[in-house]
Design a protein around this ligand. Structure first.
Ligand code: AMP
Ligand code: ZN
Length: 454
């Protein structure tokens, strides 16, 4: 299985330390507002990673964190805590905001049929571990206290700029305005923030003799240490995590435990709309609920995403989602026909699953795997379709108690004939008859496709 490792910038054969327990960490959401399809795309891509690992006989142990404190509106340790911002916006407590958006995120996860992590790790459940980590950093000479927090001294970690190929000299010149006089280096970052007198920060813990809260990057290092132990096998995130968040995670883990954080790093690219990154600040957000309201399944979105590649930027349009929907519907129709024909007698297609896996083992090349499925879709049997469904976590209505009968397919043919003959009353009558059986027909370039109304 070959994966593109961001830290070495090369496609590498993936070799876990222990195939029975492949340690994986996924940077999770900040739970202060509704996740959009861009946010979800990462978890959909990494679901394919997990399923591919499993298909290769590995047993992944994946931890996914939920950031409910400390993520400021700016990456430079300034601005408001995002949870505080959400609480003000909605007139709720920060705890209510966190609970609400955690539930919303998990419900999206379920709808998308993504594999549950071994552990959902909420940052506020790891405060003690985070305090211990800060203490270790201070003891080891990697962190220092200022009037507004504890900062990691990046000059003490000589490899600090390596991961993201940062130009620290240039950073110094460019960022002078925001440079706090108490910070030793412009790239130093907060591992703990103190709460000033009168400052309204509901989540607070007494540490180092004052109320405060952890810096955003800290939770990932402390959760990994507590739940998996470093170095882990694979660390995943978005490309925006490379220069700051992941760079800082690596530094903290080295400073506290003297260890490498992860052997392999995978980063996914952005989803855009009209070539602009989907983001709250641009106001071009589309949620899973939005696409559902338009009559699409979240699995249509999933299929759309897997038509591309995790390292490439993808521009989302409803036209492309429609094509993905039709492709999934076509596959479902093959499944339904297979079931209706009781196709258990049809033999499996030789090397079907191994060919799919070969593509996925090539840095998760789902697009190639899909092209192959289309090539053989007419001949593969129900068990082959089950492999497709399992490898991609796609709902293909394999276990649906409903399946159209031979009579239903005869009705579809009769409707096509009526339409050819321009016998519209008869075509309408058949449409209504199918509707009474919860079925409808979609006319596509490849012929009519049956779908369930509900
Ligand atoms: P946020 O809650 O806005 O900080 O986003 C959380 C994570 O979602 C980011 O760190 C990104 O990795 C990912 N993300 C945000 N916007 C997009 C996007 N348009 N496409 C893909 N991923 C995104
Ligand atoms: Zn992280």
């Amino acid at each position: 299985m070959r994966l593109y490792n961001t830290s070495t910038k090369s496609l590498e054969e993936f070799k876990p330390k222990n195939p029975e327990e492949v340690k994986i960490y996924t940077c999770g959401p900040t739970v202060y507002s509704a996740p959009h399809i861009g946010n979800f795309s990462a978890y959909i891509y990494w679901d394919l990673l997990l399923r591919t690992l499993i298909a290769n006989g590995f047993a992944p142990k994946r931890v996914l964190n939920l950031t409910d404190v400390g993520h400021l509106t700016s990456d430079g340790d300034t601005g408001e805590d995002k949870l505080e911002k959400g609480a003000k916006r909605e007139g709720k407590t920060v705890w209510e905001i966190a609970d609400y958006y955690i539930d919303l995120f998990k419900s999206g996860f379920k709808k998308l049929n993504l594999l549950e992590p071994y552990k959902w790790a909420r940052a506020t459940d790891y405060i003690e571990q985070s305090e211990d980590l800060v203490k270790k950093l201070i003891e080891n000479g990697f962190a220092y206290e200022t009037s507004d927090g504890v900062y990691f001294d990046t000059s003490k970690f000589s490899a600090y700029s390596d991961f993201a190929h940062l130009d620290l000299n240039h950073q110094k010149a460019g960022a002078r305005v925001a440079f706090s006089s108490e910070k030793r280096n412009v790239s130093d970052f907060a591992v703990w923030k103190f709460i000033k007198e009168g400052e309204n920060h509901a989540m607070r813990w007494d540490f180092l003799g004052r109320p405060g809260y952890p810096g955003w990057h800290l939770e990932c290092s402390s959760i990994i240490h507590a739940e998996l132990g470093e170095p882990i096998d694979i660390h995943t995130g978005g490309i925006d995590h490379i220069p700051v968040h992941h760079t800082n995670e690596i530094a903290q883990t080295f400073g506290a435990f003297g260890s490498e954080l992860s052997k392999t790093w995978l980063h996914c690219n952005f989803i855009t709309i009209d070539s602009e990154k989907i983001s709250k600040s641009l106001g071009n957000i589309i949620t899973l609920e939005d696409i559902e309201k338009k009559g699409y399944s979240t699995h249509d979105f999933k299929l759309w995403l897997y038509q591309g590649h995790y390292r490439k930027e993808r521009n989302f349009t409803y036209e492309d989602l429609e094509s993905a929907r039709i492709r999934r519907l076509k596959w479902i129709n093959f499944v339904l026909k297979n079931r209706q024909n009781n196709a258990i007698d049809t033999p499996r297609t030789p090397n079907f699953k191994s060919t799919l896996l070969e593509n996925l083992n090539n840095d998760l090349n789902s697009a190639e795997a899909f092209a192959y499925i289309d090539q053989v879709a007419e001949t593969i049997n129900i068990e082959d379709w089950r492999d497709v469904s399992e490898l991609f976590g796609l709902d293909l209505r394999l276990d649906d108690s409903m399946a159209p009968s031979k009579e239903d397919y005869a009705l579809v043919e009769a409707r096509s004939k009526a339409r050819e003959e321009k016998n519209w009353p008869e075509a309408d009558r058949i449409r209504d008859e199918l509707a009474s059986k919860n079925l409808t027909v979609l006319d596509t370039a490849d012929g009519p496709l049956l779908q369930f109304l509900r």
